[in-house]
Design a protein around this ligand. Structure first.
Ligand code: ZN
Length: 339
């Protein structure tokens, strides 16, 4: 086959859907993106059938035979190493310990690359910035706090075991008002994720609403669950509600602290903030709070060049790929590796 006739697919497996993107040999998207149910709880074979369906739909959308898809990039919502998933997350039991990459490659008859969803989204953000050739660090507050680091040229840095860039579990120098360090989902205390995540919002909103000053707050009326209260917090913040703004302001500030420590290690030049806040109505304020935290913690040289005082040494941008970023990153990587 003529190399210019080849296509590459990115498949992003989430808890409920698979998002799929096709690129051609020039790394341009071909045909529309596709979304199918992931059915991950039913075992990996069931999901593989869904992946094949997604590939069929991608090929049909681009008007090509599926045999012209010469490589696949796959990302999974779980820690994985060398094509093998190490932790269940919200997948079915049989995913863990299986050579998922090898099984899928054998089934499809094409090479497969596999990594986790945060790494994939980081590469996607890199691929979407077509004129960006230096490195990029992604931090993505969501249910947890994930991260990814892309090296100059576009290859993700995964670490030897695929476990690098667990930025959510860097310790930050903050305590609750009673002096305690908050517990993290990972079993440690004081992690950045314990302050900057949906889990953190639930804890923080519970603590704040128990204070007398918020007794009359609308979120204290009725019998909303803590999950519902945390969910509504974003709309309240967008409307300028004092409590909601104070909670997100603290979260952004602490995120800036964590980023400053990561920048001191990786010096990425560009930090991309992903996750759902990238689409929030108060994102400009949130970015300002992140940059305030960063300014408080970062060395001066990581803000401006000492010899060109106007030149920023670390820039911040919002993610642009939305929830398609991971699939885009995996299509891009498959083309890089298998073209
Ligand atoms: Zn942790």
């Amino acid at each position: 086959m003529n190399p210019t006739d080849c296509y590459f697919a990115g498949l992003d497996i989430g808890g409920s859907t698979v998002k799929a993107v096709l690129v051609d040999a020039a790394a341009e998207q071909a045909g529309p993106p596709v979304e199918v149910k992931s059915r991950v709880k039913e075992g990996y074979e069931t999901t593989f059938a869904q992946l094949e369906s997604a590939l069929d739909q991608l090929a049909a959308g681009a008007g090509i035979e599926r045999s012209r898809i010469r490589g696949v990039g796959l990302d999974v919502p779980a820690p994985s190493s060398n094509g093998v998933i190490w932790g269940k997350a919200n997948l079915g039991d049989d995913w863990v310990g299986t050579d998922i990459r090898g099984e899928l490659s054998a089934r499809l008859g094409v090479p497969v690359y596999m990594t986790n969803d945060c790494n994939a989204a980081a590469v996607g953000e890199y691929a979407l910035r077509k004129y960006h050739t230096s490195s990029l660090m992604l931090v993505a507050p969501g249910t947890g706090l994930g991260g990814g680091f892309v090296l100059p040229g576009g290859r993700v840095y995964e670490g030897v075991n695929g476990m690098a860039l667990e930025v959510g579990h860097v310790t930050v120098p903050f305590r609750e008002e009673d002096g305690s360090l908050p517990a993290c989902s990972c079993g440690l205390t004081g992690c950045a994720e314990a302050w900057v995540s949906l889990m953190a919002l639930r804890r923080r909103v519970g603590i704040e609403l128990a204070k007398p000053q918020w007794a009359a707050h609308p979120l204290n009326q009725g019998d909303l669950t803590i999950e519902e209260k945390a969910f509504r917090l974003r709309d309240f913040a967008a409307a300028g509600d004092e409590l909601a703004v104070s909670i997100f302001k603290q979260q952004g500030f602490i995120l800036g602290y964590m980023i400053a420590d990561m920048v001191r290690v990786f010096d990425p030049g560009l930090v991309v903030i992903g996750g759902g806040l990238a689409e929030s109505a108060f994102r400009d304020d949130y970015m300002k709070w992140v940059e305030e935290g960063f300014a408080d913690r970062a060395w001066a040289v990581f803000r401006y060049s000492p010899v060109e005082p106007e030149k920023q040494t670390t820039r911040f941008e919002w993610a642009t790929g939305g929830d398609a970023a991971a699939a885009i990153g995996m299509a891009y990587t498959a083309r890089e590796l298998f073209a």
